[in-house]
Design a protein around this ligand. Structure first.
Ligand SMILES: Nc1nc2c(ncn2[C@@H]2O[C@H](COP(=O)(O)OP(=O)(O)O)[C@@H](O)[C@H]2O)c(=O)[nH]1
Ligand SMILES: [Mg+2]
Length: 73
């Protein structure tokens, strides 16, 4: 299942304002420190993609995103 191509995996992205715990949630789901968790709002700038096996559903891609209220610069 680890070899399932990204193109046929459902994508599950986390959206929300900055600093609400999106990165913490993706780390908890993956049981790994893949997304940066910070007290400072706006630390996630580029999306973080993680292939995972979401049982009993199957292979998915989890995506952590910058906050909806993030500003460029
Ligand atoms: N009290 C509390 N704080 C949390 C929880 N989840 C995350 N945090 C804290 O909220 C802050 C922002 O978390 P982060 O995951 O970086 O949020 P993101 O900006 O939405 O990705 C960090 O200081 C986390 O430690 C939670 O369930 N409860
Ligand atoms: Mg974040």
């Amino acid at each position: 299942m680890l070899s399932t191509p990204r193109g046929i995996r459902p994508y599950i992205a986390l959206f929300g304002r900055r600093n609400v715990g999106k990165s913490s949630l993706i780390n908890a789901l993956a049981n790994q420190n893949i997304a940066l968790v910070s007290d400072t709002a706006g630390m996630t700038t580029d999306p973080v993609y993680k292939n995972m096996e979401l049982l009993p559903f199957g292979p998915v891609v989890l995506i952590d995103t910058a906050g909806l209220d993030d500003v460029l610069g």
